[in-house]
Design a protein around this ligand. Sequence first.
Ligand code: ATP
Ligand code: MG
Length: 493
Amino acid sequence: MRMNLSDFLKQKIEQFEPTPVVYAYGTVSRVGDGVVRVTGLPGRSYGELLAFDGGAFGMAIDLEEDGAGAVLLDTADVVSVGTRVRGTGRVCDVPVGENLVGRVIDPIGRALDGAPLEVKQYYPVERRAPDLVSRRAVDTPLETGVISVDSLVPIGRGQRELIIGDRQTGKTTLALDTILNQKGKDVICIYCAIGQKASTVSSVIETLRAEGAMQYSIVVAATASDSPALQYLSPYAACAVGEYFMEQGKDVLVVYDDLSKHAVAYRAMSLLLRRSPGREAYPGDIFYLHSRLLERAACLSHEKGGGTLTALPIIETKGGNISAYIPTNVISITDGQIYLESELFHNGIRPAVNTGLSVSRVGRAAQPQAMRNVSASLRIDLAQYREMAVFSRFGSDLEASTKKLLESGERLTNLLTQAKQLHYSLSEKTALLLAFKHGGFDDAEPKQMPSAAGALLQKLHEACPEAMAHIDRSGDLSEDDKTALLTAAGCAV
Ligand code: ATP
Ligand code: MG
């Protein structure tokens, strides 16, 4: 029997069972400087998104019995005392996926480059770090292309290496060079800008675009004009975006530029939330702020896909003081640091790596055999030179052997200087250090070292391309390659 439409609708209406959605509502009891206090809304979870009437969102970060302290993620004008708030049950999340490559986003996934962003999947910004059994030892190098770093403080994939130095010492440049050097190496690079001027961030993006690095890079940015809450979320969001690729078995590099500004944004947030201030007015959980972020860098086991996430956090020091509160915290969390020094930078030694204070605690295990072979005595040679250089200031007539050592040290220091955006391949770095060790540069003026190095490399590429290609392919320096390189460079074998 066919039912007519009105009967059908009547039947449907009678059968309709309303399923109520219960929202608990609270009210805003205080608002100011992007921070709100909500009362009458118990049972929130840490990091939960709160929806305000009027469309604004906030994040609960201070949980209390009958409410929460929250930070606003949007402009504060739509929120005032008395505005209704409800919990969403969702923690802060960020879009992830392949389509993010080449894009610029903010920490909650809004595209900043003008084009629409199609979202398929979200990851919460705060995630647990992989546990011990899901990890394996770091064993593959992540080459920066910078000779002083790759020879003395090598970085392995899955490692956390801190770049630390005063303002304007080339920290960002070193991190950017590392990203540029990953071209064609199948590494997804994420540049996370925290609290920087918008103009600085846009010039970084410009460099990445101009060098063709946006094809494998993502920029997550919260600039100085954004709310402290967005700046606070920025590195966690960048890490979550990277974790997606790591879990697909890929290699990821994340640069956090910089964590000092991150700590300052968190301090501002905490003070506004009336948390009790501790040392330097930072809140008590400031160590946890960075440890839980950097612990998420990992080298996953083969059972988990074998992906890696390498973290290059940046810290800005004041007056070269690396033993201040935030720098020591982050130094103790990371697996080593590259210390860039103002004095070296102003003396034209760029990158201004202080080789005495820079260290990589796990990278040596990942260093290719060729590099290990030629850089073994480098650190001692440099230390000897520095000691001698200080000593020689006192007297003018030096012994011939001392003079020789000083000249050689000066040559080595100049060999380790490198223009920005000039990247050496493994074979090139190996060849330069090998030639240096065997007296290939003994006739060069120390100041002319960069051009002498360039000329030598050109000669080697023409004379023994097979040996160079073999080193790049295998990572090893065989006896045959060594003989070929030294002969072509005109050194005694
Ligand atoms: P800030 O503290 O402002 O973030 P920073 O430490 O990140 O500064 P950069 O912005 O990377 O420093 O570099 C400062 C200046 O030094 C830039 O103008 C950059 O071009 C120059 N510079 C950095 N490294 C080199 C290099 N290897 N060769 C030549 N110039 C360099
Ligand atoms: Mg910088």
